[in-house]
Design a protein around this ligand. Structure first.
Ligand code: S3P
Length: 242
Protein backbone atom coordinates (compact mmCIF):
# COMPACT_ATOMS: atom_id res chain seq x y z
CA UNK A 1 0.00 0.00 0.00
CA UNK A 2 2.85 2.37 0.58
CA UNK A 3 3.59 2.19 -3.11
CA UNK A 4 2.48 5.20 -5.05
CA UNK A 5 2.77 7.91 -2.48
CA UNK A 6 5.97 9.21 -3.99
CA UNK A 7 4.23 10.16 -7.19
CA UNK A 8 1.29 11.73 -5.42
CA UNK A 9 3.63 13.73 -3.26
CA UNK A 10 5.79 14.94 -6.10
CA UNK A 11 2.74 15.88 -8.12
CA UNK A 12 1.27 17.85 -5.22
CA UNK A 13 4.54 19.71 -4.79
CA UNK A 14 4.76 20.52 -8.45
CA UNK A 15 1.25 21.88 -8.85
CA UNK A 16 0.96 23.87 -5.65
CA UNK A 17 1.77 27.49 -5.16
CA UNK A 18 2.30 27.88 -1.43
CA UNK A 19 1.83 31.63 -1.63
CA UNK A 20 -1.77 31.18 -2.69
CA UNK A 21 -2.97 28.00 -1.14
CA UNK A 22 -0.85 25.10 -0.13
CA UNK A 23 -2.88 22.41 -1.71
CA UNK A 24 -4.86 23.87 -4.56
CA UNK A 25 -5.48 23.73 -7.41
CA UNK A 26 -4.78 20.11 -8.23
CA UNK A 27 -6.11 19.09 -11.64
CA UNK A 28 -8.12 15.97 -10.90
CA UNK A 29 -7.37 14.52 -14.31
CA UNK A 30 -3.69 14.45 -13.31
CA UNK A 31 -4.24 12.67 -10.06
CA UNK A 32 -2.74 9.24 -10.37
CA UNK A 33 -4.66 6.12 -9.56
CA UNK A 34 -2.79 4.03 -7.05
CA UNK A 35 -2.72 1.06 -9.39
CA UNK A 36 -0.68 3.00 -11.90
CA UNK A 37 2.17 4.24 -9.77
CA UNK A 38 4.94 2.17 -8.38
CA UNK A 39 7.80 4.16 -6.89
CA UNK A 40 8.29 4.84 -3.23
CA UNK A 41 9.70 8.21 -2.30
CA UNK A 42 11.33 7.59 1.05
CA UNK A 43 15.06 6.94 0.67
CA UNK A 44 16.42 3.96 2.53
CA UNK A 45 18.92 5.86 4.65
CA UNK A 46 16.22 8.00 6.25
CA UNK A 47 13.90 5.08 6.88
CA UNK A 48 16.53 3.37 9.00
CA UNK A 49 16.43 5.90 11.82
CA UNK A 50 12.86 7.13 11.62
CA UNK A 51 10.86 5.32 14.22
CA UNK A 52 7.60 7.19 14.02
CA UNK A 53 6.32 6.10 10.72
CA UNK A 54 2.85 7.59 10.55
CA UNK A 55 2.38 11.21 11.56
CA UNK A 56 -1.05 12.86 11.47
CA UNK A 57 -1.11 16.64 11.32
CA UNK A 58 -4.37 17.94 12.71
CA UNK A 59 -5.78 21.40 13.35
CA UNK A 60 -8.26 23.94 12.09
CA UNK A 61 -8.44 25.22 8.51
CA UNK A 62 -5.54 27.54 7.79
CA UNK A 63 -3.30 26.03 10.44
CA UNK A 64 -0.76 25.09 7.78
CA UNK A 65 -1.19 21.32 7.87
CA UNK A 66 -0.42 20.97 4.18
CA UNK A 67 2.31 23.60 3.96
CA UNK A 68 4.14 22.36 7.02
CA UNK A 69 3.49 18.72 6.16
CA UNK A 70 5.26 19.11 2.84
CA UNK A 71 8.20 20.91 4.42
CA UNK A 72 8.50 18.24 7.09
CA UNK A 73 8.36 15.54 4.44
CA UNK A 74 11.20 17.24 2.59
CA UNK A 75 13.23 17.31 5.76
CA UNK A 76 12.62 13.78 6.96
CA UNK A 77 12.36 11.94 3.65
CA UNK A 78 8.95 10.65 4.66
CA UNK A 79 6.16 10.71 2.09
CA UNK A 80 3.39 13.26 2.32
CA UNK A 81 -0.31 12.78 1.77
CA UNK A 82 -3.16 15.23 2.09
CA UNK A 83 -6.42 13.56 3.08
CA UNK A 84 -8.63 16.03 1.21
CA UNK A 85 -6.65 15.52 -1.98
CA UNK A 86 -6.78 11.78 -1.51
CA UNK A 87 -10.59 12.01 -1.27
CA UNK A 88 -10.78 14.24 -4.32
CA UNK A 89 -8.67 11.79 -6.31
CA UNK A 90 -10.71 8.80 -5.17
CA UNK A 91 -14.10 10.37 -5.88
CA UNK A 92 -13.09 12.50 -8.86
CA UNK A 93 -14.87 15.42 -7.22
CA UNK A 94 -13.69 18.42 -5.28
CA UNK A 95 -14.47 18.62 -1.57
CA UNK A 96 -16.75 21.50 -2.40
CA UNK A 97 -18.69 19.38 -4.92
CA UNK A 98 -19.06 16.57 -2.40
CA UNK A 99 -20.42 19.03 0.18
CA UNK A 100 -22.78 20.63 -2.36
CA UNK A 101 -24.07 17.44 -3.94
CA UNK A 102 -24.11 15.01 -1.03
CA UNK A 103 -24.04 17.15 2.09
CA UNK A 104 -21.71 17.27 5.07
CA UNK A 105 -22.87 14.01 6.66
CA UNK A 106 -21.98 12.10 3.52
CA UNK A 107 -18.64 13.89 3.34
CA UNK A 108 -17.80 12.93 6.93
CA UNK A 109 -18.55 9.29 6.16
CA UNK A 110 -16.34 9.44 3.07
CA UNK A 111 -13.65 11.17 5.12
CA UNK A 112 -13.75 8.48 7.80
CA UNK A 113 -13.37 5.71 5.22
CA UNK A 114 -10.54 7.58 3.51
CA UNK A 115 -8.78 8.08 6.84
CA UNK A 116 -8.77 4.34 7.48
CA UNK A 117 -7.52 3.77 3.98
CA UNK A 118 -4.59 6.20 4.18
CA UNK A 119 -3.68 4.97 7.64
CA UNK A 120 -2.53 1.78 5.97
CA UNK A 121 0.41 3.69 4.56
CA UNK A 122 3.69 3.71 6.43
CA UNK A 123 6.53 6.20 6.60
CA UNK A 124 4.13 8.99 5.85
CA UNK A 125 3.05 12.41 7.01
CA UNK A 126 -0.70 12.74 6.69
CA UNK A 127 -2.36 16.11 6.66
CA UNK A 128 -6.00 15.73 7.71
CA UNK A 129 -9.00 18.01 7.14
CA UNK A 130 -9.85 20.54 9.81
CA UNK A 131 -12.91 18.54 10.85
CA UNK A 132 -11.42 15.05 10.65
CA UNK A 133 -10.55 14.67 14.36
CA UNK A 134 -14.00 15.86 15.44
CA UNK A 135 -16.19 13.16 13.91
CA UNK A 136 -16.81 9.52 14.78
CA UNK A 137 -13.92 7.97 16.70
CA UNK A 138 -11.38 9.46 14.28
CA UNK A 139 -9.22 11.00 16.98
CA UNK A 140 -9.02 7.80 18.99
CA UNK A 141 -8.25 5.93 15.80
CA UNK A 142 -5.43 8.25 14.72
CA UNK A 143 -3.92 8.16 18.19
CA UNK A 144 -3.88 4.40 18.09
CA UNK A 145 -2.21 3.99 14.70
CA UNK A 146 0.21 6.90 14.61
CA UNK A 147 1.57 10.05 16.15
CA UNK A 148 -0.83 12.98 16.16
CA UNK A 149 0.35 16.58 16.12
CA UNK A 150 -2.05 19.46 16.76
CA UNK A 151 -0.99 22.57 14.84
CA UNK A 152 -2.23 25.35 17.05
CA UNK A 153 -2.78 29.01 16.17
CA UNK A 154 -5.00 31.82 17.42
CA UNK A 155 -8.42 32.43 15.84
CA UNK A 156 -7.09 35.74 14.51
CA UNK A 157 -4.17 34.14 12.68
CA UNK A 158 -6.39 31.37 11.32
CA UNK A 159 -9.03 33.83 10.14
CA UNK A 160 -6.43 35.83 8.28
CA UNK A 161 -5.03 32.77 6.53
CA UNK A 162 -8.44 31.33 5.71
CA UNK A 163 -9.56 34.59 4.16
CA UNK A 164 -6.72 34.25 1.62
CA UNK A 165 -7.90 30.85 0.54
CA UNK A 166 -11.54 30.20 1.28
CA UNK A 167 -13.04 29.47 -2.14
CA UNK A 168 -12.38 25.75 -1.80
CA UNK A 169 -13.62 25.53 1.77
CA UNK A 170 -17.39 25.02 1.74
CA UNK A 171 -18.00 26.01 5.35
CA UNK A 172 -16.48 29.47 5.07
CA UNK A 173 -16.57 30.48 1.46
CA UNK A 174 -19.56 32.84 1.90
CA UNK A 175 -18.19 34.52 5.01
CA UNK A 176 -16.21 37.74 5.30
CA UNK A 177 -14.85 40.08 7.93
CA UNK A 178 -16.38 39.79 11.38
CA UNK A 179 -18.76 36.99 10.32
CA UNK A 180 -15.76 34.88 9.31
CA UNK A 181 -13.87 35.74 12.49
CA UNK A 182 -16.90 34.81 14.64
CA UNK A 183 -17.34 31.55 12.76
CA UNK A 184 -13.70 30.60 13.31
CA UNK A 185 -13.79 31.51 17.02
CA UNK A 186 -16.95 29.47 17.54
CA UNK A 187 -15.71 26.44 15.59
CA UNK A 188 -12.39 26.49 17.44
CA UNK A 189 -14.15 26.51 20.78
CA UNK A 190 -16.10 23.41 19.79
CA UNK A 191 -13.19 21.62 18.16
CA UNK A 192 -10.33 22.37 20.52
CA UNK A 193 -11.23 19.54 22.95
CA UNK A 194 -10.78 17.09 20.07
CA UNK A 195 -7.56 18.69 18.84
CA UNK A 196 -6.12 18.71 22.32
CA UNK A 197 -6.24 14.96 22.47
CA UNK A 198 -3.24 14.89 20.09
CA UNK A 199 0.01 13.43 21.34
CA UNK A 200 1.81 16.70 20.63
CA UNK A 201 0.81 20.33 20.27
CA UNK A 202 2.87 22.57 18.03
CA UNK A 203 2.63 26.34 17.74
CA UNK A 204 2.06 27.62 14.21
CA UNK A 205 1.03 31.18 14.96
CA UNK A 206 3.73 32.46 12.65
CA UNK A 207 3.74 30.80 9.27
CA UNK A 208 3.72 33.64 6.77
CA UNK A 209 6.91 33.18 4.75
CA UNK A 210 8.96 30.30 3.37
CA UNK A 211 11.48 31.00 6.12
CA UNK A 212 8.80 30.67 8.79
CA UNK A 213 7.75 27.36 7.28
CA UNK A 214 11.28 25.98 7.08
CA UNK A 215 11.99 27.09 10.60
CA UNK A 216 8.77 25.50 11.86
CA UNK A 217 9.54 22.27 10.00
CA UNK A 218 12.96 22.07 11.69
CA UNK A 219 11.43 22.71 15.11
CA UNK A 220 8.74 20.13 14.53
CA UNK A 221 11.29 17.59 13.37
CA UNK A 222 13.19 18.19 16.58
CA UNK A 223 10.05 17.90 18.65
CA UNK A 224 9.24 14.59 17.01
CA UNK A 225 12.67 13.05 16.92
CA UNK A 226 14.74 14.91 19.46
CA UNK A 227 18.15 16.40 18.86
CA UNK A 228 19.80 13.07 18.16
CA UNK A 229 17.08 11.77 15.90
CA UNK A 230 15.72 9.42 18.55
CA UNK A 231 11.96 9.26 19.04
CA UNK A 232 10.58 11.17 22.00
CA UNK A 233 8.03 9.51 24.18
CA UNK A 234 5.84 12.47 25.00
CA UNK A 235 2.70 10.44 25.48
CA UNK A 236 2.55 8.16 28.49
CA UNK A 237 -0.01 5.89 26.85
CA UNK A 238 1.39 5.46 23.38
CA UNK A 239 4.55 4.06 21.97
CA UNK A 240 5.88 5.73 18.87
CA UNK A 241 7.13 2.45 17.54
CA UNK A 242 4.20 1.48 15.38
C1 S3P B 1 -13.08 21.22 6.79
C2 S3P B 1 -11.77 21.47 6.47
C3 S3P B 1 -11.23 21.24 5.13
C4 S3P B 1 -12.02 20.17 4.38
C5 S3P B 1 -13.48 20.48 4.40
C6 S3P B 1 -14.03 20.61 5.81
C7 S3P B 1 -13.56 21.53 8.15
O1 S3P B 1 -9.87 20.84 5.23
O2 S3P B 1 -11.80 18.89 4.92
O3 S3P B 1 -13.66 21.66 3.70
O4 S3P B 1 -14.67 21.10 8.50
O5 S3P B 1 -12.82 22.19 8.91
P1 S3P B 1 -8.66 21.88 5.57
O6 S3P B 1 -8.59 22.03 7.04
O7 S3P B 1 -7.47 21.19 5.03
O8 S3P B 1 -8.99 23.14 4.85
Amino acid sequence: LSRGLGDVYKRQRKTCNPRQCAKRPIPLANFPTFARVSTHYTPYYTQRHLHMRRIFLIGYMGAGKTTLGKALADLTGLSFLDLDLFIEGRYRKTIRQIFDEEGEDAFREIERRALHEVAEFEDVILSTGGGTPCFFDNMTYMNSVGTTVYLQASPEALTERISLCKHSRPAVRHLDGEALAAFVRDALTRRTPFYERAHLTFDVERLATDNDTNDAAHRLQQLLYGKRGAPLNSSPTHSYLI
